[in-house]
Design a protein around this ligand. Sequence first.
Ligand SMILES: Cc1cc2nc3c(=O)[nH]c(=O)nc-3n(C[C@H](O)[C@H](O)[C@H](O)COP(=O)(O)OP(=O)(O)OC[C@H]3O[C@@H](n4cnc5c(N)ncnc54)[C@H](O)[C@@H]3O)c2cc1C
Length: 399
Amino acid sequence: MNFQDKTAVVVGAGIAGVSICLALKEKNIKTVLIDSDSGPAKHASGNPIGVVYPFLTKHKTAESEFSLTAFQYFLSVWKKFHLKDLVPHVDGIYFLMDTKESYDRYSHSIISHQIPSHLVKESIEPFSNSPALFFPEGKSISPVDLTKQILRLADPQTKFSCKLLAWEKSKEDHKILCQTSEGEIKSDYLFLSQGYQFAEDPHLGWLPLKKVRGQILKIPEQKQTNTHGILYGDYITSAIGGFQVLGATFDEFKLEEESRPEESESMWIDLLKKLPKLSSEWGSQNPRLFATRVSYRTQSQDRSPVVGKLPDISQLDLSVKYQNLLRNANKNMQIPYYESVGILNGLGSRGLTHALYSAEILVSSILGEPNNMHISEKIFNSLKPDRFLIRMWKRDQLT
Ligand SMILES: Cc1cc2nc3c(=O)[nH]c(=O)nc-3n(C[C@H](O)[C@H](O)[C@H](O)COP(=O)(O)OP(=O)(O)OC[C@H]3O[C@@H](n4cnc5c(N)ncnc54)[C@H](O)[C@@H]3O)c2cc1C
């Protein structure tokens, strides 16, 4: 299809928003990217170092299949655009299987998902002596540089310090009218990727997304240290630019922006316990003195991202009750949509791995070309915002 005369607005210049811009660039759609902050990657996507690897489970699930495909998609974009020469990174991630249960759960994933050995193999992580999954192409990476490089490739018109205040569908021509702090923008498509600030948009208030606080420590690179990133519940990254990152805490209840020194200390103690050979190399240190950064993930109820056409819940026919449907098989839940409005949010703790693939799925689906991605219906449905509506409908929670 030819989309050359079409225009899009993307809201949010984190990893999600710039990934959408890249997918739109491939379709030749003229795009404006707006962000209320002064530049890209100032919020969740603004940590100094993060880790890229797929989330696996013992047996195939929609979540693990999606994550593995997203990881492979990330690697294909990485290769296609020669990002290894442009984004500071170190290859290699260990995922510890240091209990009987975790070994049982994760060691089977290689067979159940039929993963080739260039992507993952069983190994022993040297600082813990524990069995681990080793992802040779997994990465410790700078999320800020990754976001900036994807933005450079996508090359949209950018408007920073420009906040989306409200949006609606125009009654005259079906275009989308965005009211921003810098004036009105009219476009054919609107893509919403505001991260944890989603709740300020009244069209999104019904989505069961949560803002989750995370704290990381920025540790000066140690003389003898881990070459590869290690995940053990928390994670310690490889060193990049003279620092390593120890991350990340998870608190969905108390969300203050101030750093918590006691949290730094307990992360440090856990690290030393889990990786004892690392601690003997590093000697005694005061973790309360390390620099910290607090930022916020957006986590969905079922922990999968929210990717798809946005339902228009103001148009829902609430007279159709799920209980009635059981008696009257002719009735179905008809979901009304904003046809040209898409959402990419709820990337949780794995946005770096999942954003590019999610954006590709989103753009293809809004443009009516979902089959180009060869994505299974099971995975597609597990990402759509509709899943929450259907769940709420079944529980009679829609009023
Ligand atoms: C502590 C911590 C550690 C993490 N570690 C990892 C990791 O190691 N690996 C990994 O894969 N993931 C990690 N994550 C998760 C990852 O960082 C996120 O999933 C990802 O950055 C989310 O990107 P985003 O674009 O959705 O959100 P954001 O980066 O928060 O971007 C949203 C943007 O929208 C803008 N915005 C909001 N409202 C408006 C508005 N009304 N108008 C205009 N602009 C607006 C904001 O200014 C912001 O720039 C971590 C997250 C945290 C919090």
